[in-house]
Design a protein around this ligand. Sequence first.
Ligand code: LLP
Length: 422
Amino acid sequence: MHYFVYRGEELFVEEVSVKALAAEVGVPAYVYSARTLRRHLKVFEQALAGTDHLICFAAKALSNLSVLKLLAAMGSGFDIVSQGELMRCLRAGADARKIVFSGVGKSAEEIAAALKAGILMFNVESRPELYQIAAIARRLKTRAPISLRVNPDLDPGTHPHISTGHRTSKFGVPLKQLAEYYDEAQALKELEVVGLSTHIGSQITEPEPFREAGEKLAGAMRDLLAKGIELRYLDLGGGVGVPYQDESIELEDYASAILKPLRALKVKLIAEPGRVIAGNAGVLLTRVLYIKETDVKRFIVIDGAMNDLIRPALYDAYHAIWPVDKREHAELAVADVVGPVCESGDFFARDRLLPLPRPGDLLAVMGAGAYGFVMASNYNSRPRPPEVLVDGQRWHVVRERETFDDLIRGEKLVELGPEREP
Ligand code: LLP
């Protein structure tokens, strides 16, 4: 549920007319709804109510400082995967003791920065990483809180690019070897072994993979306990899907599937939701440039492109496309919605039935709050769009549109002749 709704013919975000907003900030632009973000965080909290838990929003989904600040002010922790995300979270006022650090390739510099910040724990993905963290903690004369990320070897039934819980994926340590890893970790005195974690994939819309993960985690926790290894935290990762089209999973069903096998355990649960908090809280606003008709196809060419929102190109992802001004008798037609980038992969929709817009009309690409702006690039030397955060009747540009100077920042014009100097 979100707060992008029509009033009569016109699309509003909360109390703000999208058309009026576009007139002020221009397009393409990302527009987020603060009320939707708050609501999603609260609903997720409610789904876990009754169990000792901490929500660590996956910053990678949407990492604008003002969004992180809003969530931090509501008590959210954060799941980070880089020093850049660490710095964003700290800058936004996050409590370092509510930050967990995930990822298979944490560099020495990143580990040191997180240790100095005093994060809650590192979710460790490999044996060499264990030793690396221990060595850095020794150098900094401190101890590092760690959890081991287990790969539960299951199929979450999602797109292969975002499926992480199968044993052939690069993520986590094998379930079978978990006990050995814990023995090794405990032998390193610079490590404080505090948790077990996992993350099985993203955009999961069935409860079953979560139930399976819950059972495997519960089994692993029991086995570890039998060996005298008592852990404080169980980090379930993220992965709850959102309804981009017809797919859906109720948060209560997710929670009951994953929590049921874990009820008897005395641990604090950590969840790392990203998409379910931010996905439907944002849209990419664009304008129609041309309607191009060929003998076999109709293309709606818009000013947004794959550099702004790469999900359709990368995952063949479906995003609903809504007219900002719904005229009463808009003729329905089948068309491809495409951007200006010089690749056939630069599309937002293929053979989609939608109300045929005219050049100059505004379109909202829905469900673009998560993995939208954060994955944007400057491909084709296109400046990245601004980000706007709406809250009730008010709105704020929380990131400005990039300029040509931004595009070439750091580049040098060196002088080289047509031939190499002897
Ligand atoms: N925790 C870890 C360790 C993760 O790797 C991820 C996402 C999350 C939490 C959050 O997962 P979520 O609740 O958002 O499903 N760019 C892709 C999604 C990549 C997800 C990567 N990991 C997309 O646009 O669909």
